[in-house]
Design a protein around this ligand. Sequence first.
Ligand code: OAD
Length: 244
Amino acid sequence: MSDNKNKKIVILTGAGISAESGIKTFRDQNGLWEDHNILEVASPQGFERDPELVHRFYNMRRKQLLSSEVAPNEAHLAVARLQRELPNSEIFLITQNVDNLHERAGSPQVLHMHGELTKMRCIESKKVFEIKENISAHRACPCCLKEGNLRPHIVWFGETPFSMDEIYHHTAQCDLFIAIGTSGVVYPAAMLVDLARENGAHTLEFNLNDTQVSDSFHQHIVGPASQTVPKYVEELLNSTPHIT
Ligand code: OAD
């Protein structure tokens, strides 16, 4: 850091940061998501139409996430290292990912704006439960004991992401906004860069390619996140870069 003033950094991550951990991204499969139409498995209407299919879909994804095939990669580890080690700074990590790889990499704080695969919610009380095992549409809810009242704690199409007031608050105040592995096509996450920039932040994008929102960033670092993010973090920790 260039001075002793407290600096604020917001990091927004997307599916690209978990791609090298073996979790597929969303927009490279012709609108299909693990062979399902996205709206079938990721909308309130889809859940109403076929709750068993939706539970099966998330059961599979949870099983994969918790299997030995999937582990945090160097990019998750570097983000966690930055959160722990950067002096004179406050880092607020927002992820659109529903996996738990930031937590497993040791990130001390993670905000899951699109929910979490390892959680379920009662549709009546809105109480949230940790879950590791498979769920069926007939499973009784732990709080109201009614069958069919548990749903994945995931933000589906047409629903509002979690904690938006907090996200806007931190983003509008940051000095540096970093997006890693996100295509910038899903709102409101996609407009956070504009909010940060309008309020004076320096904005930095890590991606394999240009994205729909690349023009909103001051700086681009192109390449696989598992290589580019650790290198950047190392430089930030070893130097006194300017956050302008
Ligand atoms: P996308 O699948 O839309 O975009 C992934 C981005 O990561 C793309 O821009 C890729 O170029 C980039 N990428 C892939 N591999 C990478 C790597 N190794 N290193 C760096 N970048 C890489 O995923 P998101 O932007 O996260 O919402 O999608 C946003 C939301 O759309 C998701 O959270 C999900 C989906 O609908 C919900 O589930 C609510």
